[in-house]
Write a protein that binds this ligand. Structure first.
Ligand code: EPU
Length: 427
């Protein structure tokens, strides 16, 4: 298994080109199941998760093909015929988002047998809201032997669905399912995350009728069939946020190409409070955000995770990385997932002073971190350890870095180009 080695203490300078969004491309690939025509997705990142999903689509009789290299690269999804409606445990347990095939399968084939995803490192993550939403659209749902067996004889029908709280995945799935349902579906308390907007826009390009994208009420009027489309995926705001934090944490000055400040939501104001400066450069086609690290230690800053445009839970751990060396005590509260603090013990190994009380972490900033061997526990925890390693004096060795390949394309290459001393070694 590979390890990532970092010799810390080098401020990042240069340009980081942000890749296509992982959390948009996964549901976009799944959206390809809704049509018998080809869906072309451009600007897609090459990640372990997209490959896992391609394997899943293959078992359903669809093809996912990568094409090109560089800016024009992408992938196509062709689901001319669905030869199976069964999503097996071996694949769903590898990546939870593959559970989302349940929406398109039910909508198009009127049946689905999808494994329950099983355990997760960051919380219990039940699927009750998916099942309630699909049942409201007329699906008959039974959970048996670890599988959700769902049928919708005669097809799904539109419904009014009020979500008790915001869920990104439930919004994706119900929105996709509703595009082929009979009549109108209204989802209230829908997620307004940029990834949901991306999926909605792609569905519109496929001929779906959707209103209210980016708001809390999304209305979908079903159609008999959807067409193919050629769609460019948005850049990854979570990757961009992690790199912005890495630049700030090392006291660097670097640009993020392809990302607009607005999609970062509450991260930018929080980082400004911490003493980080931002300048918008570039143009509307290719926005560029310059990040200028604080002079000296960052100021202690408190954040609470919330649905978009609030502070993203996927940036909670990386933000805590920055706060480890802040001047003062900061408080980070996690309200989306109940167990998303696995990085805390590893940061402590680097000398951070963090105490946990329920859903809140109190971080007493220390003047510096010291390199040590640490272990990655999940995707966002892994990048946090990279940020902490870049800040730390001495050498940090991160093991179990296979998590990183799930969400950060060419991470070592991108950071090295900005001066970081970071490389991968087989152990
Ligand atoms: N929830 C339920 N019941 C459900 C569905 C969700 O209780 O039926 C709960 C979850 O347990 C959680 C809350 O609702 O407490 C919100 O979770 P949500 O459904 O929004 O999360 P998700 O759709 O499973 C996506 C991202 C996550 C990201 C969250 C929140 C993808 C592939 N995953 O997950 O990304 O943290 O939204 O923004 O898009 C990551 O990329 O590392 C990651 C975990």
């Amino acid at each position: 298994m590979d390890q990532i080695i970092i010799e810390g203490g080098v401020p990042l300078h240069g340009d980081l080109v942000i890749s296509g969004s992982k959390n948009a491309v996964l549901p976009l690939i799944i959206a390809g199941l809704l049509s018998d025509r080809k869906l072309t997705l451009r600007g897609t990142p090459r990640l372990a998760d997209t490959q896992t999903l391609a394997d899943m689509l293959y078992t359903l009789g669809a093809e996912v093909e990568e094409f090109g290299r560089g800016p024009g690269e992408g992938l196509s999804v062709t689901a001319a015929d669905l030869s199976s409606t069964r999503a097996p445990y071996a694949l769903v347990s590898k990546m939870r988002a593959s559970f989302w095939v349940i929406g398109p399968l039910l909508a198009r084939a009127h049946e689905a047998q999808v494994s329950l995803p099983g355990g997760c490192a960051i919380g219990t993550r039940p699927v009750d809201l998916y099942l309630k939403g699909l049942a409201a659209m007329g699906a008959d749902i039974k959970v048996e032997g670890g599988y959700v067996n769902a049928t919708a004889k005669g097809g799904l029908r539109g419904a009014r669905i009020e979500l008790p709280f915001v869920s990104v995945g439930v919004t994706h799935v119900l929105m996709m399912a509703a595009t082929l349902a009979k009549g109108q579906t209204i989802i209230t308390n829908a997620a307004s995350e940029p990834e949901v907007v991306d999926v909605g826009r792609c569905l519109q390009a496929m001929g779906a009728r959707i209103d209210g994208l980016g708001t809390r009420v999304v209305t979908i009027t079903g159609r008999d069939r959807l067409d193919g489309a050629d769609y460019t995926v948005s850049r990854d705001r979570i990757e961009a946020g992690a790199y912005a934090l890495a630049v700030a944490a090392t006291g660097g000055d670097a640009t993020l190409t392809g990302i607009d400040e607005n999609v970062l939501g509450a991260l930018v104001p929080a980082m400004r409070l911490a003493g980080v400066d931002f300048c918008t450069e570039g143009n509307a086609n290719e926005p560029v955000l310059r990040v200028i690290g604080p002079r000296g230690r960052p100021h202690a800053t408190c954040v609470t995770t919330e649905p978009y445009p609030g502070f993203a839970t996927d940036l909670q751990a990386p933000f805590m990385g920055l706060m480890c060396c802040a001047d003062g005590v900061s408080r980070v509260r996690e309200t989306i997932f109940e167990n998303r603090f696995m990085h805390v013990q590893e940061l402590t190994r680097l000398g951070a002073n963090i105490s946990l009380l329920g859903d809140t972490a109190l971080i007493t900033g220390v003047p510096e971190l010291l390199g040590a061997p640490v272990m990655a526990t999940d995707l966002r925890a892994s990048v946090t350890l990279v940020i902490a390693g870049l800040m730390a004096r001495g050498t940090t060795r991160i093991s179990r870095v296979y998590h990183l390949a799930r969400g950060y394309e060419r991470l070592e290459e991108k950071l090295s180009a900005c001066g970081a001393r970071i490389w991968r070694e087989a152990s």
